[in-house]
Ligand binder design. Sequence first.
Ligand code: HSE
Length: 375
Amino acid sequence: MRVGMIGWRGMVGSVLMDRMRACGDFGDIEPTFFSTSNAGGKAPSVAGASPGRLQDAFNLDALMQLPVLVSCQGGDYTDKVHDALRGRGWTGYWIDAASKLRMRSESVLVLDPVNAHVIARGLSEGCKTFCGANCTVSLMLMALQGLFRAGHVEWVTSMTYQAASGAGAQHMRELIAQMAHVAAGCEDLLADPASTALEVDARVGGALREEALPTAAFGVPLAGSALPWIDVPSGSGRTREEAKAHEEGNKLLGLEPSPIPIDGICVRIGSMRCHAQAFTIKLRQDLPLDEVEEIVATANDWVRLVPNDREATLRELTPARVSGQLEVPIGRLHKLRMGGEYLTGFSVGDQLLWGAAEPLRRMLQLLKESERVPS
Ligand code: HSE
């Protein structure tokens, strides 16, 4: 299968490339690599093939030669190129990490462990545009798939703890630069066992307010803090990130005709690439907790139930532990005082894997297996 790859060098694109290499996907995918800034440069070498030259990612004639295009280049690129290609009559498959096309009626959202039926229907109905969903949405659905699939969910709130990577590569760097700035400001106090925590705290507070603290990306300190606003306003008091939970979650599940309310508050915290979420779930009935656990734990090959005890939770249910892993642990499951239908839980997932690159990688595999793509 011939595939054009755009944005393969950015953060999501690099993770996608790594996963495709690790899974041997290039054995039967023949890639053409595009670049927005380095056309003519050397393309990466894959599967032992000699590296060719990078094509210009804005050259519509070159893009149109390919039956499949994968873009991790971002929404502005999608805006500039996708409709122009379609306008010229290109009928290939467009697979996109960006949010631009997600809510169009002609697009299908991809997360095949959860919505293989929606993807299969899209393919059979001739859909040609497949988008990865928002990372918190995908990670929530990987964790709660069993409950949604069994029809047990009346509504969900998700309170998120989102990693710096969701904002971009510069933001990841800035988080660590902020930490380094703060640490440098109180190094002497940390080295002195006689110093007090309040003295350290006063120095940290001062460092976080200094002009020299790097804030070009976030605009404010994230180190030692939490930012309860992600993305732009979207009306009704929600941010765009918060609105996506309901909109994309229901679309991904194929529930748009009678959506399940999904809502909450999205918060940026100082983790690097794992998003965490605390859920409150109103079940349609008072299911016994052991039944809930069984339904959650067996929903797909990646969700993993963490026992609700201190040791297992602190060992297995943290961003530090889950970073770089495909597993999506969920734990702290218990009923709330509000009644037997009220369930809570906490989940963690790598936002660059299931939250971004992995659904796209697997969509390419599904396309290949569908034998719908002309060679
Ligand atoms: N919008 C997400 C975030 C990133 O800001 O964390 C990926 O969907």
